[in-house]
Design a protein around this ligand. Structure first.
Ligand SMILES: [Ca+2]
Length: 197
């Protein structure tokens, strides 16, 4: 083997090594890329799936929770549902005749105008009849409480629940004088009144 042959062999080996190394590098690069892509894809795919699963599950949970809340609310609403209606004038009179609140005894400091009014109001509404409590303001911090009905045929009717009387309520006038009651100790001129339905 002469020098040129030796050089040729060396060159050949070097070329072969370069090709081999390049090939290996290329293969590992490709392999790495593929693996990387593949695992990345799978990872993304899995995480996408799992995120979707979570979202779906969350939606289902939300739906279930919403459905249950709605159902419970509906049940509660049904169980608590009551309807009030404005009575006719005659229905108002009939209710007052049936209701025994006016037979209660007025006891200063224990059972007074407010108590009469609230009892009539509660009894009326227990029978589906809409009733209002009316707070009447007199001078010097004094006042009175009665009830009212919005009758369908004769309009708003004020009622003195201690006597089942229809009464008149006019600002600037004495409640007792207007309705022919015995005058109370103080001034019972009506300054204003509030109707609470
Ligand atoms: Ca009565």
């Amino acid at each position: 083997m002469d020098n040129s042959q030796r050089l040729g062999t060396i060159l050949g080996l070097m070329i072969a090594m370069v090709i081999l190394c390049s090939g290996t590098a290329f293969i590992s690069y490709s392999y790495g890329q593929h693996i990387g892509y593949s695992s990345g894809y799978q990872s993304r795919h899995q995480s996408t799936l799992s995120q979707m699963d979570v979202q779906i599950q969350a939606k289902q949970a939300d739906y279930q929770a919403g459905y249950e809340a709605g159902r419970q609310a509906a049940l509660k609403d049904t169980s608590n549902r009551f309807s009030l209606r404005n009575p006719t004038f005659q229905e108002t009179m009939d209710f007052l005749a049936r209701d025994k609140t006016n037979e209660n005894k007025y006891v200063e400091g224990q059972y007074v105008c407010v108590d009469f009014s609230h009892e009539v109001n509660n009894n009326a509404e227990a029978q589906g009849i809409r009733c209002a409590v009316v707070d009447i303001f007199y001078p010097e911090g004094k006042g009175h409480t009665i009830v009212a009905f919005e009758t369908t045929d004769k309009g708003l009717q004020f009622v003195e629940p201690q006597f089942d009387h229809l009464v008149s309520v006019e600002v600037g006038k004495s409640y007792s004088q207007t309705n022919r009651y015995k005058a109370p100790p103080g001034d019972d001129t009506i300054l204003r009144y509030l109707i609470t339905w």
